[in-house]
Write a protein that binds this ligand. Structure first.
Ligand SMILES: [Cu+2]
Length: 72
């Protein structure tokens, strides 16, 4: 059974479009992720898809070189 979900995260440290593009690419490459929206100004990351976990998102954001807000 496929369960569609939408989750929002905050990303710290993005300062330009290159940053947000890196984050978007890494997260979009995750299995189960279908749509990724990154708002550079607010640092908001919105992910739509199926069966992705917060931990996967955290790792993908880290690979891009950034951190989820409030992850400490
Ligand atoms: Cu940048």
């Amino acid at each position: 059974m496929s369960e569609q979900r939408t989750r929002e995260y905050g990303v710290e440290g993005m300062s330009c479009e290159h940053c947000s593009a890196s984050v978007r690419e890494e997260v979009a490459g995750l299995e189960g992720v279908e749509e990724v929206t990154v708002d550079l100004t607010s640092g908001r990351l919105e992910v739509q898809g199926q069966r992705f976990s917060d931990e996967q998102i955290r790792s993908a954001v880290a690979r891009a070189g950034y951190e989820l807000a409030g992850s400490g």
